[in-house]
Design a protein around this ligand. Structure first.
Ligand code: BT5
Length: 326
Protein backbone atom coordinates (compact mmCIF):
# COMPACT_ATOMS: atom_id res chain seq x y z
CA UNK A 1 0.00 0.00 0.00
CA UNK A 2 2.63 2.55 1.06
CA UNK A 3 4.59 1.74 -2.06
CA UNK A 4 1.63 2.69 -4.26
CA UNK A 5 1.14 5.88 -2.27
CA UNK A 6 4.80 6.88 -2.56
CA UNK A 7 4.63 6.16 -6.27
CA UNK A 8 1.54 8.34 -6.64
CA UNK A 9 3.08 11.19 -4.64
CA UNK A 10 6.28 11.13 -6.70
CA UNK A 11 4.43 10.90 -10.02
CA UNK A 12 2.23 13.85 -9.10
CA UNK A 13 5.31 15.90 -8.28
CA UNK A 14 7.38 14.64 -11.23
CA UNK A 15 10.59 16.68 -11.39
CA UNK A 16 10.20 18.39 -8.01
CA UNK A 17 11.62 17.40 -4.62
CA UNK A 18 9.57 15.72 -1.90
CA UNK A 19 11.21 15.57 1.50
CA UNK A 20 11.63 12.11 3.02
CA UNK A 21 10.38 13.39 6.33
CA UNK A 22 7.18 14.81 4.82
CA UNK A 23 6.54 11.67 2.79
CA UNK A 24 7.02 9.54 5.89
CA UNK A 25 4.75 11.75 7.99
CA UNK A 26 1.95 11.98 5.42
CA UNK A 27 1.97 8.20 4.83
CA UNK A 28 2.46 7.43 8.53
CA UNK A 29 5.51 5.22 7.95
CA UNK A 30 9.16 5.52 8.99
CA UNK A 31 11.79 7.27 6.85
CA UNK A 32 13.56 3.93 6.54
CA UNK A 33 10.38 2.46 5.07
CA UNK A 34 10.20 5.31 2.53
CA UNK A 35 13.81 4.58 1.56
CA UNK A 36 13.04 0.89 1.12
CA UNK A 37 10.04 1.59 -1.11
CA UNK A 38 12.05 4.04 -3.22
CA UNK A 39 14.55 1.23 -3.75
CA UNK A 40 11.89 -1.11 -5.03
CA UNK A 41 10.46 1.56 -7.38
CA UNK A 42 13.97 2.09 -8.77
CA UNK A 43 14.19 -1.62 -9.44
CA UNK A 44 11.00 -1.27 -11.54
CA UNK A 45 12.68 1.40 -13.67
CA UNK A 46 11.57 4.62 -11.98
CA UNK A 47 14.58 6.95 -11.96
CA UNK A 48 14.53 8.60 -8.53
CA UNK A 49 17.20 10.97 -7.25
CA UNK A 50 17.90 11.19 -3.54
CA UNK A 51 19.58 14.11 -1.77
CA UNK A 52 19.32 16.06 1.46
CA UNK A 53 16.23 17.71 -0.05
CA UNK A 54 14.49 14.36 -0.26
CA UNK A 55 13.46 12.39 -3.32
CA UNK A 56 12.75 13.49 -6.86
CA UNK A 57 11.30 11.41 -9.69
CA UNK A 58 13.38 12.23 -12.74
CA UNK A 59 11.94 9.91 -15.37
CA UNK A 60 9.24 7.32 -15.71
CA UNK A 61 9.85 3.76 -16.86
CA UNK A 62 8.35 2.79 -20.19
CA UNK A 63 5.58 0.89 -18.45
CA UNK A 64 1.87 1.12 -19.02
CA UNK A 65 0.17 0.73 -15.69
CA UNK A 66 -2.92 2.18 -14.10
CA UNK A 67 -1.17 4.88 -12.06
CA UNK A 68 0.93 6.16 -14.93
CA UNK A 69 -2.00 6.19 -17.38
CA UNK A 70 -4.26 8.01 -14.95
CA UNK A 71 -1.68 10.62 -13.91
CA UNK A 72 -2.38 13.61 -16.13
CA UNK A 73 -5.09 11.94 -18.21
CA UNK A 74 -7.32 14.73 -19.49
CA UNK A 75 -10.48 12.84 -20.41
CA UNK A 76 -14.01 13.02 -19.05
CA UNK A 77 -14.95 9.35 -18.90
CA UNK A 78 -12.55 7.27 -21.00
CA UNK A 79 -9.92 5.80 -18.67
CA UNK A 80 -11.77 6.45 -15.40
CA UNK A 81 -11.23 2.72 -14.89
CA UNK A 82 -7.92 1.34 -16.17
CA UNK A 83 -7.07 -2.34 -15.84
CA UNK A 84 -3.47 -3.14 -16.74
CA UNK A 85 -1.81 -6.54 -16.92
CA UNK A 86 1.74 -7.72 -17.64
CA UNK A 87 0.28 -10.33 -19.99
CA UNK A 88 -3.15 -11.32 -21.33
CA UNK A 89 -4.25 -13.68 -24.07
CA UNK A 90 -6.13 -10.79 -25.70
CA UNK A 91 -7.27 -7.44 -24.29
CA UNK A 92 -10.38 -7.67 -26.50
CA UNK A 93 -11.28 -11.06 -25.05
CA UNK A 94 -10.84 -9.73 -21.50
CA UNK A 95 -12.77 -6.52 -22.27
CA UNK A 96 -15.66 -8.53 -23.76
CA UNK A 97 -15.71 -10.78 -20.71
CA UNK A 98 -16.28 -7.82 -18.38
CA UNK A 99 -18.11 -5.49 -20.79
CA UNK A 100 -21.69 -5.81 -19.62
CA UNK A 101 -20.87 -4.86 -16.02
CA UNK A 102 -18.02 -2.43 -16.81
CA UNK A 103 -18.49 1.33 -16.79
CA UNK A 104 -18.43 3.29 -20.04
CA UNK A 105 -14.83 4.12 -20.98
CA UNK A 106 -13.12 1.24 -19.12
CA UNK A 107 -9.67 0.54 -20.55
CA UNK A 108 -7.94 -2.87 -20.58
CA UNK A 109 -4.19 -2.86 -21.28
CA UNK A 110 -1.51 -5.53 -21.52
CA UNK A 111 2.26 -5.30 -21.94
CA UNK A 112 2.12 -8.42 -24.12
CA UNK A 113 -0.68 -10.50 -25.63
CA UNK A 114 -0.16 -14.21 -26.07
CA UNK A 115 -3.16 -14.71 -28.38
CA UNK A 116 -3.81 -11.24 -29.84
CA UNK A 117 -6.62 -11.26 -32.37
CA UNK A 118 -7.00 -9.66 -35.76
CA UNK A 119 -10.11 -9.66 -37.93
CA UNK A 120 -11.61 -12.86 -39.30
CA UNK A 121 -9.92 -15.13 -36.75
CA UNK A 122 -6.44 -14.00 -37.72
CA UNK A 123 -3.79 -13.56 -35.11
CA UNK A 124 -2.17 -10.29 -34.09
CA UNK A 125 1.44 -10.40 -33.02
CA UNK A 126 1.82 -8.43 -29.78
CA UNK A 127 5.37 -8.37 -28.41
CA UNK A 128 6.67 -6.25 -25.52
CA UNK A 129 7.05 -2.60 -26.48
CA UNK A 130 3.73 -2.23 -28.29
CA UNK A 131 0.47 -0.68 -27.20
CA UNK A 132 -2.22 -3.34 -26.89
CA UNK A 133 -5.44 -2.05 -25.46
CA UNK A 134 -9.19 -2.31 -25.58
CA UNK A 135 -11.68 0.36 -24.64
CA UNK A 136 -15.23 -0.49 -23.61
CA UNK A 137 -17.61 2.13 -24.97
CA UNK A 138 -21.34 2.41 -24.48
CA UNK A 139 -22.49 5.11 -26.87
CA UNK A 140 -26.21 5.76 -27.25
CA UNK A 141 -26.49 4.70 -30.88
CA UNK A 142 -28.36 1.91 -32.68
CA UNK A 143 -26.35 -1.27 -33.48
CA UNK A 144 -26.37 -0.40 -37.18
CA UNK A 145 -24.22 2.64 -36.33
CA UNK A 146 -21.47 0.52 -34.69
CA UNK A 147 -19.15 0.83 -37.74
CA UNK A 148 -19.08 4.54 -36.95
CA UNK A 149 -17.33 3.80 -33.65
CA UNK A 150 -14.79 1.71 -35.55
CA UNK A 151 -14.19 4.56 -37.98
CA UNK A 152 -13.96 7.07 -35.13
CA UNK A 153 -11.27 4.88 -33.53
CA UNK A 154 -9.17 4.89 -36.71
CA UNK A 155 -9.46 8.67 -36.99
CA UNK A 156 -8.58 9.03 -33.30
CA UNK A 157 -5.42 6.91 -33.51
CA UNK A 158 -4.39 8.74 -36.69
CA UNK A 159 -4.83 12.11 -34.96
CA UNK A 160 -2.78 10.90 -31.97
CA UNK A 161 0.13 9.58 -34.06
CA UNK A 162 0.15 12.70 -36.17
CA UNK A 163 -0.20 15.11 -33.25
CA UNK A 164 2.51 13.48 -31.12
CA UNK A 165 5.08 12.43 -33.69
CA UNK A 166 4.20 14.28 -36.90
CA UNK A 167 3.62 10.99 -38.74
CA UNK A 168 1.42 11.21 -41.83
CA UNK A 169 -1.14 8.49 -41.19
CA UNK A 170 -3.58 7.17 -43.75
CA UNK A 171 -6.35 4.64 -43.46
CA UNK A 172 -6.51 1.53 -45.61
CA UNK A 173 -9.99 0.05 -45.83
CA UNK A 174 -11.40 -1.36 -43.70
CA UNK A 175 -9.37 -0.07 -40.79
CA UNK A 176 -5.60 -0.40 -41.06
CA UNK A 177 -3.47 2.60 -40.24
CA UNK A 178 -0.57 3.07 -42.61
CA UNK A 179 2.48 5.26 -42.74
CA UNK A 180 3.60 5.18 -46.35
CA UNK A 181 2.42 1.74 -47.41
CA UNK A 182 3.24 0.07 -44.11
CA UNK A 183 0.89 -0.89 -41.31
CA UNK A 184 1.58 0.76 -37.98
CA UNK A 185 -1.71 0.00 -36.24
CA UNK A 186 -4.72 -2.28 -36.50
CA UNK A 187 -8.16 -1.89 -34.96
CA UNK A 188 -10.68 -4.58 -34.10
CA UNK A 189 -14.11 -3.44 -32.90
CA UNK A 190 -16.44 -6.06 -31.50
CA UNK A 191 -19.94 -5.36 -30.26
CA UNK A 192 -22.62 -6.74 -27.99
CA UNK A 193 -26.13 -5.69 -29.00
CA UNK A 194 -29.85 -6.29 -28.66
CA UNK A 195 -32.08 -5.95 -31.70
CA UNK A 196 -32.42 -2.19 -31.37
CA UNK A 197 -29.73 -1.07 -28.94
CA UNK A 198 -25.99 -1.32 -28.65
CA UNK A 199 -24.94 -2.73 -25.25
CA UNK A 200 -21.25 -2.08 -25.77
CA UNK A 201 -18.51 -1.73 -28.33
CA UNK A 202 -15.08 -3.09 -27.46
CA UNK A 203 -12.57 -1.10 -29.49
CA UNK A 204 -9.30 -3.04 -29.68
CA UNK A 205 -6.32 -0.95 -30.70
CA UNK A 206 -2.90 -2.34 -31.48
CA UNK A 207 -0.05 0.09 -32.15
CA UNK A 208 3.43 -1.04 -33.10
CA UNK A 209 5.39 1.33 -30.88
CA UNK A 210 8.80 0.45 -29.44
CA UNK A 211 10.06 -2.63 -31.21
CA UNK A 212 11.77 -3.48 -34.41
CA UNK A 213 9.07 -4.37 -36.91
CA UNK A 214 11.74 -5.85 -39.21
CA UNK A 215 11.39 -8.98 -37.07
CA UNK A 216 7.93 -9.53 -38.61
CA UNK A 217 7.53 -11.35 -41.94
CA UNK A 218 8.09 -8.91 -44.82
CA UNK A 219 4.73 -9.77 -46.40
CA UNK A 220 2.95 -8.16 -43.42
CA UNK A 221 4.29 -4.82 -44.61
CA UNK A 222 4.51 -3.66 -41.02
CA UNK A 223 6.32 -0.74 -39.45
CA UNK A 224 6.64 0.68 -35.94
CA UNK A 225 6.94 4.12 -34.39
CA UNK A 226 10.49 3.52 -33.17
CA UNK A 227 11.52 2.29 -36.59
CA UNK A 228 10.13 5.42 -38.23
CA UNK A 229 11.44 7.91 -35.67
CA UNK A 230 14.73 6.19 -34.90
CA UNK A 231 13.96 6.36 -31.16
CA UNK A 232 11.63 4.87 -28.60
CA UNK A 233 8.65 6.89 -27.38
CA UNK A 234 7.01 7.06 -23.94
CA UNK A 235 4.13 4.66 -24.50
CA UNK A 236 2.08 5.95 -21.60
CA UNK A 237 1.92 9.38 -23.27
CA UNK A 238 0.73 7.69 -26.45
CA UNK A 239 -1.97 5.77 -24.57
CA UNK A 240 -3.19 8.98 -22.91
CA UNK A 241 -3.33 10.84 -26.21
CA UNK A 242 -5.18 8.00 -27.97
CA UNK A 243 -7.73 7.86 -25.14
CA UNK A 244 -8.27 11.62 -25.33
CA UNK A 245 -8.69 11.54 -29.11
CA UNK A 246 -10.96 8.48 -28.92
CA UNK A 247 -13.25 10.19 -26.43
CA UNK A 248 -13.37 13.30 -28.63
CA UNK A 249 -14.07 11.35 -31.83
CA UNK A 250 -16.81 9.29 -30.12
CA UNK A 251 -18.48 12.43 -28.85
CA UNK A 252 -18.36 13.82 -32.38
CA UNK A 253 -20.00 10.63 -33.66
CA UNK A 254 -22.83 10.87 -31.14
CA UNK A 255 -23.50 14.48 -32.14
CA UNK A 256 -23.07 14.14 -35.92
CA UNK A 257 -21.11 11.66 -37.98
CA UNK A 258 -20.09 14.16 -40.66
CA UNK A 259 -16.74 15.29 -39.31
CA UNK A 260 -15.33 11.82 -38.58
CA UNK A 261 -16.71 10.53 -41.90
CA UNK A 262 -15.13 13.39 -43.89
CA UNK A 263 -11.81 12.94 -42.09
CA UNK A 264 -11.83 9.17 -42.62
CA UNK A 265 -12.31 9.75 -46.35
CA UNK A 266 -9.71 12.51 -46.43
CA UNK A 267 -7.18 10.15 -44.86
CA UNK A 268 -8.11 7.20 -47.06
CA UNK A 269 -5.28 5.40 -48.81
CA UNK A 270 -7.82 3.21 -50.62
CA UNK A 271 -10.25 5.56 -52.39
CA UNK A 272 -9.29 6.02 -56.02
CA UNK A 273 -7.03 2.94 -55.97
CA UNK A 274 -7.13 -0.16 -58.08
CA UNK A 275 -7.87 -2.88 -55.57
CA UNK A 276 -8.37 -6.60 -55.20
CA UNK A 277 -11.23 -7.39 -52.83
CA UNK A 278 -11.27 -10.71 -51.05
CA UNK A 279 -14.46 -11.74 -49.26
CA UNK A 280 -15.72 -15.02 -47.89
CA UNK A 281 -17.63 -15.54 -51.13
CA UNK A 282 -14.75 -14.90 -53.54
CA UNK A 283 -12.55 -12.18 -54.95
CA UNK A 284 -12.57 -9.56 -57.70
CA UNK A 285 -10.64 -6.52 -58.89
CA UNK A 286 -11.77 -2.99 -59.60
CA UNK A 287 -11.49 0.63 -58.59
CA UNK A 288 -12.39 1.77 -55.06
CA UNK A 289 -14.79 4.63 -55.66
CA UNK A 290 -16.50 5.60 -52.44
CA UNK A 291 -16.99 4.85 -48.80
CA UNK A 292 -20.52 4.76 -47.47
CA UNK A 293 -21.48 5.93 -44.00
CA UNK A 294 -22.04 2.34 -42.86
CA UNK A 295 -18.38 1.56 -43.61
CA UNK A 296 -19.07 -0.22 -46.93
CA UNK A 297 -16.52 0.25 -49.70
CA UNK A 298 -18.04 0.85 -53.12
CA UNK A 299 -15.96 -0.74 -55.88
CA UNK A 300 -16.47 -0.41 -59.64
CA UNK A 301 -15.64 -3.93 -60.80
CA UNK A 302 -13.68 -4.46 -63.98
CA UNK A 303 -16.86 -5.93 -65.51
CA UNK A 304 -18.57 -2.56 -64.87
CA UNK A 305 -20.75 -3.61 -61.94
CA UNK A 306 -20.80 -1.49 -58.79
CA UNK A 307 -20.28 -3.61 -55.69
CA UNK A 308 -20.78 -2.64 -52.04
CA UNK A 309 -18.37 -4.51 -49.78
CA UNK A 310 -19.12 -4.51 -46.06
CA UNK A 311 -16.59 -7.06 -44.83
CA UNK A 312 -13.48 -8.38 -46.43
CA UNK A 313 -9.87 -7.67 -47.25
CA UNK A 314 -8.49 -5.22 -49.69
CA UNK A 315 -5.17 -5.30 -51.52
CA UNK A 316 -3.92 -2.11 -53.15
CA UNK A 317 -2.77 -3.11 -56.61
CA UNK A 318 -0.45 -0.19 -57.05
CA UNK A 319 1.16 2.07 -54.48
CA UNK A 320 -1.26 4.63 -53.08
CA UNK A 321 1.34 7.35 -53.32
CA UNK A 322 3.46 7.83 -56.38
CA UNK A 323 6.49 9.88 -55.49
CA UNK A 324 7.44 12.23 -58.28
CA UNK A 325 11.21 12.75 -58.40
CA UNK A 326 12.26 16.11 -59.83
C1 BT5 B 1 -6.22 -6.04 -37.46
O1 BT5 B 1 -6.54 -7.26 -37.98
O2 BT5 B 1 -5.52 -5.23 -38.00
C2 BT5 B 1 -6.78 -5.78 -36.08
C3 BT5 B 1 -5.72 -5.90 -35.01
C4 BT5 B 1 -6.25 -5.53 -33.65
C5 BT5 B 1 -5.24 -5.80 -32.57
C6 BT5 B 1 -5.70 -5.28 -31.23
S1 BT5 B 1 -4.43 -5.30 -30.05
C7 BT5 B 1 -5.53 -4.99 -28.78
C8 BT5 B 1 -6.78 -5.78 -29.09
N1 BT5 B 1 -6.74 -7.11 -28.55
C9 BT5 B 1 -6.74 -8.03 -29.52
O3 BT5 B 1 -6.70 -9.28 -29.31
N2 BT5 B 1 -6.78 -7.45 -30.72
C10 BT5 B 1 -6.87 -6.01 -30.59
P1 BT5 B 1 -6.24 -7.75 -39.46
O4 BT5 B 1 -6.57 -6.65 -40.44
O5 BT5 B 1 -6.95 -9.04 -39.58
O6 BT5 B 1 -4.69 -7.96 -39.51
C11 BT5 B 1 -4.10 -9.16 -39.04
C12 BT5 B 1 -2.93 -9.50 -39.96
O7 BT5 B 1 -1.92 -8.49 -39.84
C13 BT5 B 1 -2.24 -10.81 -39.59
O8 BT5 B 1 -2.81 -11.90 -40.28
C14 BT5 B 1 -0.79 -10.57 -40.01
O9 BT5 B 1 -0.65 -10.76 -41.42
C15 BT5 B 1 -0.61 -9.07 -39.76
N3 BT5 B 1 -0.08 -8.75 -38.43
C16 BT5 B 1 -0.11 -9.49 -37.30
N4 BT5 B 1 0.43 -8.82 -36.28
C17 BT5 B 1 0.81 -7.60 -36.78
C18 BT5 B 1 1.43 -6.45 -36.22
N5 BT5 B 1 1.74 -6.34 -34.92
N6 BT5 B 1 1.66 -5.38 -37.05
C19 BT5 B 1 1.33 -5.42 -38.36
N7 BT5 B 1 0.75 -6.49 -38.94
C20 BT5 B 1 0.48 -7.57 -38.16
Amino acid sequence: MSREEIKRALIQGLGSWASGQELAASLKISRAAVWKQVGSLRAEGYEIEASRRGYRLVSLPDLICEDLVKAGLKTKFVGRTVLSYPSLASTNAEAKRIASSAENGTVVLAEVQTAGRGRMERSWHSPKGGVWMSVILKPRIPPSFAPRVNMAAAVAVARALEGLYGLEVRIKWPNDLLVGERKISGILTEIGAEMDSLDYAVVGIGINANFNSDLFPEEWNATSISRLLGRDVLRVGLVQRVLKELEGACEEVEASFDRVYEEWMGRSATLGQRVRIITRSGEFEGCAQALEADGALVVRRDDGLLERVLAGDCVHLRPATVKVEE
